[in-house]
Ligand binder design. Structure first.
Ligand code: BDR
Ligand code: CA
Length: 310
């Protein structure tokens, strides 16, 4: 199995991603770190512990990380994920708490002590990852890859051009992309299209398996994207798709492209993906200089990934 650490802001679809990861035989989930994003940090930690308890994996360490982005204040996404971050579904409470180590300490220890390079899956604003790479740069060469849900090669969701995770902490995302670690960007181009049909979600919600029932309920949570409710998404697997892309890369089409995070003005938080065609070395460096070549997911086999998730 692939040794993995997940950084989350649980979050409806982070919960789906955690449940998928702990269920998949090709993933060895070493630890989970939490960051403010969809909900406040204490809420994210509580949601994460409850979800892992539900899945029967109470031995996976969970650490608390940054309470806010590097520069800006935290901004809640309760309009998407509900006041509790999990769309109000009732989950059993947990007596478990986070470990004494901080998110940065836990990640550093797990990465340095593992015999193989570790893959980081970042499903939230990248504040914890940026702090890790700035505090302990020696971890970079022990990281196999960073798979992040974030960014977009086209339209945004938090703003017309910026995706929420990158927009919430653009400096952190820029630091991570610049750290010299190979990255996979699972952005809105694919995130927005992988959904499970409502009858399949309903069947799971009505089933006998405790964790599967919760998956069905989470999938059914309707996300109102506009005030008049004319645009709704049902059944999106969201962040879980990024985990699917790690275990089933053949179901995704990637292009290795220069990506930069815009930090200024109206387009703050936009990921600029340079899709122009160049000769030779320029393909990796781009004209602007300093851009890091990222494996950007631009196409996905929607039905196959939804089936894999189910
Ligand atoms: C991202 O933001 C959060 O709402 C989701 O959990 C996902 O990680 C999508 O923009
Ligand atoms: Ca998330």
């Amino acid at each position: 199995p692939i040794p993995v650490i997940m950084d989350v802001d649980t979050g409806i679809d982070d919960a789906l991603a955690l449940l998928f990861a702990v269920s998949h035989p090709q993933i060895d989930l070493l630890g989970v770190t939490c960051v403010a994003g969809n909900a406040s940090l204490p809420q994210v930690v509580d949601n994460t512990l409850r979800i892992l308890d539900l899945a029967g994996v109470a031995d996976i360490p969970v650490a608390a990380g940054a309470v806010r982005p590097l520069i800006e204040p935290a901004r809640s996404a309760s309009h998407v994920h509900g006041a509790d971050g999990l769309g109000g579904i009732a989950l059993p409470t947990t007596s478990r708490t986070q470990v004494d180590e901080s998110a940065v300490e836990l990640m550093r220890r797990l990465i340095m002590q593992h015999p193989e390079p570790v893959t980081l899956i970042a499903l939230a604003p990248q504040t914890n990852l940026a702090l890790l790479l700035r505090t302990h740069p020696e971890v970079a060469e022990r990281i196999e890859r960073i798979v992040f849900m974030g960014g977009s090669a086209s339209v945004g969701n938090a703003t017309p051009v910026a995706e929420f995770n990158v927009w919430h902490d653009p400096e952190a995302a820029a630091i991570v992309l610049d750290a010299g670690v190979q990255a996979t960007m699972y952005g809105l181009d694919v995130f927005n299209i992988v959904a499970v049909a409502q009858d399949r979600a309903d069947a799971m919600a009505a089933g006998d398996h405790r964790a599967a029932r919760v998956v069905g309920e989470l999938l059914s949570h309707r996300v109102a994207l506009s005030e008049d409710d004319s645009l709704t998404y049902t059944g999106l697997i969201g962040d879980a798709g990024a985990v699917c892309s790690l275990v089933a890369p053949d179901l995704v089409s990637f292009e290795r492209r220069p990506v930069r995070v815009e930090l200024q003005g109206l387009s703050r938080g936009q990921t600029v993906v340079d899709r122009r065609t160049y000769a030779g070395e320029d393909v990796l460096h781009g004209v602007a200089g300093g851009a890091v070549a990222v494996d950007v997911a631009l196409g996905i086999d929607v039905d196959a990934v939804a089936e894999l998730f189910l």
